[in-house]
Design a protein. Structure first.
Length: 225
């Protein structure tokens, strides 16, 4: 049995994981259920922030961006991303669909027999239950938006399987030079299930959600004293 689950999970573009070999026994059993319980769990794309999930594997994504003074001139931002609690599969590829991406590299992996880079993708074989892969790259995602202002959009983050969307736990962080930029706005706004904490030079978001999440950030020049 061959499946094609898709997990788009990164900023400013899609990150897609395609299963290229037979499904694990537990996934195949889940697909063959003939009751309504599986259907009732499916989210069709509506964004819902949730407090917890039970008896369901939750993909965890850590997505950290670092803006440097040079980023203000060329738009290039350093990316560090880890995806953990991966499904056990025989072969997976992660495709990064950024408009501009460079220096993509695997920096660590756990419970994965082999992980390597091919062009704009990371290939993995023999992923075990709870596997993790971490990458680094540079992505051109910071856009000037008026004098001294900049925009940065991340997403859509989502985990899709067949026709449904399933929970993702996201740890999202941006660091920037506080003497050059200040945070102007974040969308979505702070709410239950979507925790925002910020201080000069740093923004952090923690959330557990289903559906499709896009995060839009605006920066302005810091106020002169």
């Amino acid at each position: 049995m061959h499946l094609t689950p898709v997990y788009p999970l990164l900023t400013a573009a899609l990150v897609m994981l395609f299963l290229t070999a037979a499904a694990s026994d537990d996934m195949e059993a889940w697909l063959e259920q003939d009751d309504d319980s599986r259907v009732q769990l499916v989210n069709e794309g509506t964004l819902d922030f949730i407090q917890n999930v039970q008896d369901r594997r939750v993909l965890q994504t850590r997505n950290w961006l670092t803006i440097t003074p040079g980023s203000l001139h060329n738009g290039w931002v350093a990316l560090h991303q880890c995806q953990s609690n991966l499904d056990p599969v025989a072969a997976v590829e992660v495709v990064y669909r950024y408009h501009e991406l460079r220096n993509l590299r695997v920096i660590s992996s756990r419970k994965i027999e082999h992980a390597w880079v091919e062009q704009n993708s990371v290939q993995m074989v023999q992923v075990q239950e709870g596997g993790e892969v971490c990458i680094e790259a540079e992505v051109q995602v910071l856009t000037p938006d008026g004098e001294g202002s900049y925009a940065l959009q991340s997403g859509p983050f989502h985990r899709r399987f067949l026709d449904g969307y399933y929970p993702v736990r996201l740890d999202y962080r941006i660091d920037w030079p506080a003497d050059r930029l200040q945070l102007a706005s974040v969308h979505p706004q702070r709410q239950e299930g979507f925790t925002i904490s910020d201080q000069p030079g740093e923004l952090r978001i923690d959330t557990l959600f289903e559906g499709m999440l896009t995060i839009a950030i605006r920066f302005s020049a810091p106020l002169k004293r």
